[in-house]
Design a protein around this ligand. Sequence first.
Ligand code: BES
Ligand code: MN
Ligand code: ZN
Length: 484
Amino acid sequence: MQFALRPASDLTCPDGALAIALGEDAPIDLPASLDPAFRAQLEAVLAAEEFKGKAGASVSVRALGQIDATWVVVVGKGSGSAPDLRLAAGAAGHFAREKGLTRLSFAPGGALSAEAACAVGEGVLDGNYRWDRYHLDDNRKAPLAQVDVFDGDTGTLAALQRGAAISAARSLARDLVNAPPADIYPESIAAAALKLASDRVTVEVWDEARIRQENLVGVIAVGQGSDRPPRFVHMTYTPDVEPVAEVALVGKGVTFDAGGLSIKTSEGMSTMRCDMGGAGAVIGAMSALEALGLPVKVHGIFGAVENLISGSSYKLGDILRYNNGKTVEILNTDAEGRLVLADCLIYACKLPVTHVIDLATLTGAAVVALGEHYTALYADEDPYADALLAAARSSGEGLWRMPLEPLYKELLKGDWSHIKNIGGRMAGSITAGLFLSEFVDGVNWAHLDIAGPAFLSAPERHFTKGATGAGVGTLLYWLAGLGG
Ligand code: BES
Ligand code: MN
Ligand code: ZN
């Protein structure tokens, strides 16, 4: 896909869709350069459709030769803020894909700040995303090949391309999550990470023997019920300048979660290919660092396992002794993500990093509390939490801080060990966060429970049903903020 800038005097899109963004302040204020007769007709349609410029709303009409385009789609840009322009562009990109149009021209209705142009670049491509690898050809729609944006300078073009890089990162995460568990399993998700290797990115993959040697007890226990052996992955991005910071991103990489012996219901299991959404977000974010030229040294770490039921599955009553000396009693094999993350957090905290952040489809309790549009944030320090909340807002992701209430540590106390892997019915997403905190040492740490937003049960705004790449935007905006 290619971006180009065009002068606003020429509002056309031969064989494609001309998208016109209008705001809430004056919802029907079409560009004066449109043909007057067509302009009057379009105004009448917008009035009849009660178009009010709400961010992401859209009304489309056939151009029917009245202007040089196949379709004209009017999209709402709300307040005109960067996040609202992302939704407007998202609606336009989504429309183009629904119609299988390969060309789109986007008229933002005024000069774009760099921030807004970046959001437009993201939105167009996020909205244009479809996961159709297994669709039949007659149900496949062409993606966009060319997107023109009206007016702007070289700064606008560079910002659009930054947005495209962010969207590509999100799309990579979405592809990995949407892919069925027959395609994405520990070895193949490690292979996806290996593909990122470049001059600036190194990728180290540990096989089962090495994982045993390193005593990653959580990865071994959770993975042992599967015929597919686990993997441990450590990617490192080193900028071409002196790094301004060094941080680690950790992801939950359970490529399928059947629950193990504490087996899930069929319904509960049906979407559990999304359980590597954290690792997917980490791979996605790592894939964009070079294109974005971020001056931060970034480690991306995940353990990849399948949590299955078999004669070799780990069992209730098993006790794991971690590399930090802590012992964990297994009372539910479906609380597996925290066991794998524990090994990864211990490992990440030994790196020369100041900040560690983990992303995990960790608990159904987070979905109950916040639904599919908010990720639960846990952080041990206010400035870190605030920076992540601001990054999420800029990126258009929902993020809500929850308390790491130490009083609830009581719920995790083990009878036969230091802690248990479940805390009971109360505060399930909080006790999961507190569990993880036991494996963090000497760094600032944040935990994102993306169980809700990682995988939509229905399409929402310009996002299709299924994987969203939740967390990628928050990570990249946060990392970009560290450079400034
Ligand atoms: N992967 C699930 C959490 C999940 C649920 C993700 C729904 C996405 C959507 C996790 O491994 C799990 O099974 N958690 C248990 C924990 C419980 C046994 C303490 C849960 O939430 O029920
Ligand atoms: Mn589980
Ligand atoms: Zn899980």
